[in-house]
Design a protein around this ligand. Structure first.
Ligand code: FES
Length: 103
């Protein structure tokens, strides 16, 4: 397990998301859903679009390209045209900082 620091808790308030570019991670987005933190791949499984350019609605991320949606909790698609799940990554919060468990 390799924890990679991605941001401070104060940089990601509830209802917000942050696209992360790090040499230690694939492209990921970290989300704050009412104080719970989640992370998924930043790349939509339908075509090439960055989910961090989309819209976080509760625990659903809407792709900016064709409006497909995924659960940020499970990565499962929840709205057409997305039918393939996206990867999710474990998140840990320690001492006011947010870490992603790198694959
Ligand atoms: Fe994301 Fe089409 S690229 S819904």
């Amino acid at each position: 397990m390799t924890l990679v620091k991605v941001c401070k808790v104060v940089e990601l308030p509830p209802g917000e998301m942050l696209g992360i570019e790090s040499p230690d991670l694939p492209p990921v987005v970290v989300y704050n859903v009412d104080g719970e933190f989640f992370a998924t791949s930043n790349v939509c499984s339908h075509a090439v679009a960055m989910l961090s350019d989309g819209y976080l609605e509760g625990d659903q991320i809407e792709c900016p390209m064709h409006g497909g949606m995924f659960s940020v909790r499970t990565g499962e698609p929840t709205h057409f045209p997305c039918v393939e799940a996206i990867a999710t990554f474990p998140v840990e919060v320690k001492d006011g900082e947010v870490f992603i468990d790198a694959p």
